[in-house]
Design a protein around this ligand. Structure first.
Ligand code: PLP
Length: 402
């Protein structure tokens, strides 16, 4: 079968809820992927940061195969010999006290929302049905009904009402707005340390520190959604470390499995998580031994192969290179670690034509919010590979795409 045949099948039988670039991939290794016609590409999206460890990392693959041959699913009706080990390793790595394992990122967000609401009723004495959670404009936290209820993206919400109440939206990066939005019914502030899907929006320096201070002073739980920024993407294990703070709840997912399997988690301090009692929340697949074994290996290689440090080093080098690309249509170039973006002025006519041209040069990346190209290669990228990417980017971005 040819690429066109696979594409035709997807179009004919699949829901059309994505508009992918027409490249049909069949194999991956580290930062590289190959299409069904044998062409090689550098993956500068990393499945939205789910393959931080690089495609098909051999250590994670081996852990997955070994565990798959032993035991895959017990449900939480019984215990298994991987879950406790993952808990301990995650807590040591992230200075957390408690872990709630789930599968997708959206499920981790939903789990956090349930937890903080319950905490608000039990610990703050908020009247039933009155709990409020503050979120930011242009957020991305997932796709469930409750999560799109507090999205400001018309495409994410349109036609999906009625929505879940209990959310208040404030501008991102504005600590004063947070201070003013808090009432005696506020249970939590949910925020991304850097807004990923919005186009890699980095808040003003000190924002997270101020948010931490405000939440502590007003007895509001700070929830950081690090599903995309966490696990090395920004050059630290968690993005909160850039401002030396600790969230009360931290959400991770995506790279927690190195791209092998959906695994997510809510990391918590001891007080908040203890409101959940047996039977009040759960998931058939959450915390299953296969997920745990994969996640343990994914965390192990992240640390042992110094991927977080490499992300910081290569991120700075990549950003410097991007800044040397000259095109009057480029409005800004920004990033932290290997979470990078190039933004065009509206006159450029959108970033997608550039992404198509980059694909033809062997570099895969994604346009986001029309005018941005997001660049987030696997954290195992070498200096030579960054140079390779920068050559292609200079070639395509310095002249308008045809
Ligand atoms: C991807 C993402 C999610 C949702 O994760 P899924 O696994 O797709 O449900 C939530 N928050 C952020 C910041 C994300 O980037």
């Amino acid at each position: 079968m040819k690429a066109a045949d696979f594409i035709e099948l997807e179009e004919r039988f699949g829901a059309h809820n994505y508009k992918p670039l027409d490249v049909v991939l069949t194999r991956g290794e580290r930062v590289w992927v190959w299409d069904v016609e044998g062409r090689r590409y550098m993956d500068c999206l990393s499945a939205y940061s789910a393959v931080n460890q690089g495609h098909c990392h051999p250590v994670i693959r081996q852990a997955m195969m070994d565990q798959a041959a032993r035991l895959t699913l017990t449900s939480r009706a019984f215990r298994n010999d991987q879950l406790g080990l993952l808990y301990r390793e995650l807590c040591q790595l992230t200075r957390s006290h408690k872990v709630l394992p789930m599968n997708s990122g959206a499920e981790a967000v939903e789990s956090a929302i349930k937890t903080v609401r319950k905490w608000g009723y039990q610990h703050k004495g908020i009247p039933e049905n009155q709990a409020e959670i503050i979120v930011c404009a242009n957020n991305f936290h997932g796709r469930t009904i409750t999560i799109v209820s507090f999205s400001t993206d018309p495409a994410a919400r349109g036609g999906f009402s009625p929505f879940t109440p209990g959310f208040k939206i404030i501008p991102f990066g504005d600590a004063q707005a947070l201070e003013e939005a808090i009432t005696d019914r506020t249970v939590a502030f949910l925020v991304e340390p850097i807004q990923g899907e919005a186009g890699v929006i980095i808040p003003p320096a000190g924002y997270l520190r101020q948010a931490r201070e405000i939440c502590t002073r007003r007895n509001v739980i700070l929830i950081l959604d690090e599903i995309q920024t966490g696990l090395g993407r920004t050059g630290k294990m968690l993005a909160e470390e850039h401002e030396g703070i600790e969230a009360d709840l931290t959400l991770i997912g995506k790279a927690l499995s190195g791209g092998f399997y959906p695994v997510s988690a809510v990391l918590s301090n001891a007080e908040v998580m203890q409101v959940l009692k047996p039977g009040e929340h759960g998931s058939t697949f959450g915390g299953n031994p296969l997920a745990c074994a994969v996640a343990r290996a994914a965390l192990k290689v992240l640390v042992e192969e110094a991927m977080v440090e490499n992300s910081a080093r290569m991120g700075t080098y990549f950003l410097d290179g991007l800044r040397r690309i000259h095109n009057p249509l480029i409005k800004s170039v920004r990033g932290r670690g290997l979470m990078l973006a190039v933004e065009f002025y509206p006159e450029a006519g959108g970033a997608r034509p550039y992404c198509l041209a980059l694909k033809d040069c062997g570099l895969l990346c994604k346009d986001t919010h029309r005018d941005n190209i997001r660049l987030s290669p696997p954290l195992v990228i070498t200096r030579e590979e960054v140079d390779w990417a920068l050559e292609r980017l200079a070639e395509v971005l310095e002249k308008p795409p045809c």
